[in-house]
Design a binder for this molecule. Structure first.
Ligand code: NAD
Length: 466
């Protein structure tokens, strides 16, 4: 292959290491893959959903047995060990969840059965799906699209981000032979060419994209030309709202830290801003900082490291810029933990807590997607809720308190796809609940029953009695 058709993936913890390479494909490769997908999908869709689910479960078992997949994920993405194992294990958990829903696809649903006739509803496959995924959870976010799409009877073409294509390539290539040839294909290359062609292609009938708001808007505009179905999981600026009856102890501060700093803060539904009553804000910041002071930042393959680098230089520089801006705006910046790696070799930042800001600071308004967290003080709860909602984002959110009933009522006032109570972030995700954003955070839902329906078209069979 010629030099310019190969892309390199570098280890964000040590950029001198080339972790692997991937083909830089182009629009013509997309067209070939779409044609093969079309043929494979007809055969696949003719099988009962329960049979399709069995094949997907066999795929999950095979993925579980791939040696070193989590290590590859650490080396290409920058995760630490448990984060990578959790992510690889997500395939199996998601496959088991959706497999349970497969019988419902075969049986359909009887909506009406009266003297006049019978109305039945079936969920049919859409056809060919394009999945476009980001670099923060390359494997899990691809799995959450691939699994329901396949069980629902579709073909799927996956385009991972160019920073992190290797785990997806290795994992999905290892299972591709379980399916009709061409049913599950990984396409690699830039978003502007390969991603764009997938969105443009008239035979691709659905796009499921996770990424930035800008990319989501572009995809929506292009997909509009061929009236495709769309699921968009875009950015977030999740607020954690602490109520005045919360007990600020190690348990609460540890949960906040976990929900904000897991995956080095690169979680779409991680905590990105904390609102605490003015009398408690300092205690919250101090409690979190005390926990973060124990953090060792470095290469996820090294023992004792609990936070890895940012995935790429642009993201590291962006987060550093937001922290510098916060400091210039009068914020008190507290760098925590210890860096156990050469900052010249990787995209490292220490976990950082910032206090004393108002909501106009960029660190509060923008999606930092990194390990720097503003802790903000509020005087009245009504005002705090207004500030939480004063954002173009609306992915997730959380309320922390002792009175759960009060929290459940307040939750309804927050503009978000999910409001967790005394919980937040990746550990809080329940596969049974539909997940997605409001406002600019996205369109549609993944997971839950909605997540399977998102890969189907409703088909009503209306029978009139003679
Ligand atoms: P990105 O938008 O730059 O890229 C996402 C994917 O889209 C990549 O595969 C990219 O190659 C592709 N792409 C880029 N331009 C395209 C185009 N014009 N047409 C088609 N495809 C195109 O996002 P990123 O920087 O990789 O990821 C970070 C963002 O993703 C953050 O904003 C984060 O919040 C968001 N995210 C959201 C969720 C969620 O579930 N809501 C989950 C993870 C990440």
């Amino acid at each position: 292959m010629a030099f310019d058709t190969i892309g390199e993936v570098r280890n964000p913890a040590d950029t001198s290491e080339i972790v692997g390479t991937y083909p830089i494909q182009g629009p013509a490769d997309v067209d070939v893959a779409v044609e093969a997908a079309g043929k494979a999908q007809r055969d696949w869709a003719s099988r009962p959903a329960v049979e399709r689910a069995e094949v997907v479960l066999a795929a999950a078992e095979r993925i579980d047995g791939i040696d070193g997949l989590d290590e590859l994920l650490i080396r290409e993405q920058g995760k630490v060990g448990w984060e990578a194992s959790f992510e690889v294990g997500f395939f199996e958990a998601t496959a088991s969840f959706y497999a349970e829903l497969a019988p419902g696809l075969d049986e359909g649903e009887k909506l009406v059965d009266d003297g006049m006739g019978v109305l039945r509803l079936f969920q049919e496959p859409i056809g060919i799906v394009g999945a476009i995924t980001p670099w923060n959870f390359p494997f899990a976010i691809s799995a959450v699209k691939v699994i329901p799409a396949l069980i629902a009877g579709n073909a799927i073409l996956v385009k991972p981000a160019s920073f992190t294509p290797l785990t997806v390539i290795r994992g999905f290539e290892a299972i591709a032979d379980l399916f009709p040839p061409g049913l599950l294909t990984v396409l690699t290359g830039s978003g502007a060419t390969v991603g764009r062609r997938l969105v443009e292609h008239p035979a691709v009938r659905k796009i499921a994209l996770t990424g930035s708001i800008e990319t989501g808007r572009d995809a929506a505009a292009v997909a509009g030309q061929t009236l495709k179905s769309l699921t968009l999981e875009l950015g977030g600026n999740d607020a954690a709202l602490i109520l005045d009856d919360a007990v600020i102890d190690e348990n609460l501060c540890g949960s906040l830290v976990g929900a904000a700093f897991t995956n080095t803060g690169q979680v779409c539904f991680g905590i990105k801003r904390v609102y605490a009553p003015a009398a408690l804000a300092q205690a919250v910041a101090d409690g979190m900082a005390a926990i973060l002071d124990e953090y060792v930042v470095g290469n996820g393959l090294e023992p004792g490291v609990c936070m890895g680098p940012l995935n790429n230089r642009a993201q590291r520089d962006y987060v550093a810029e937001l922290v510098a801006d916060a400091e210039a705006a009068g914020g008190k910046v507290r760098y925590c933990g210890e860096l156990a790696a050469d900052p010249e070799r990787g995209w490292f930042l220490r976990p950082t807590i910032v206090t004393g800001l108002d909501d106009s600071a960029r660190l509060v308004r923008e999606e930092q997607f990194g390990p720097a967290l503003p802790v903000l003080a509020y005087d009245s709860l009504d005002d705090a809720i207004e500030r939480v909602n004063d954002s173009e984002f609306g992915l997730a959110s959380s309320i922390w308190c002792t009175d759960e009933d009060r929290a459940a009522q307040l939750a309804r006032r927050i503009q978000a796809g999910t409001t967790f109570v005394n919980n937040h972030g990746v550990f809080a995700l329940d596969l049974r609940g539909p997940f997605g954003g409001v406002k600019q955070s996205g369109l549609g839902r993944e997971l839950g029953v909605d997540g399977l329906r998102a890969y189907t078209e409703s088909h009503v069979v209306s029978t009139r009695h003679l």
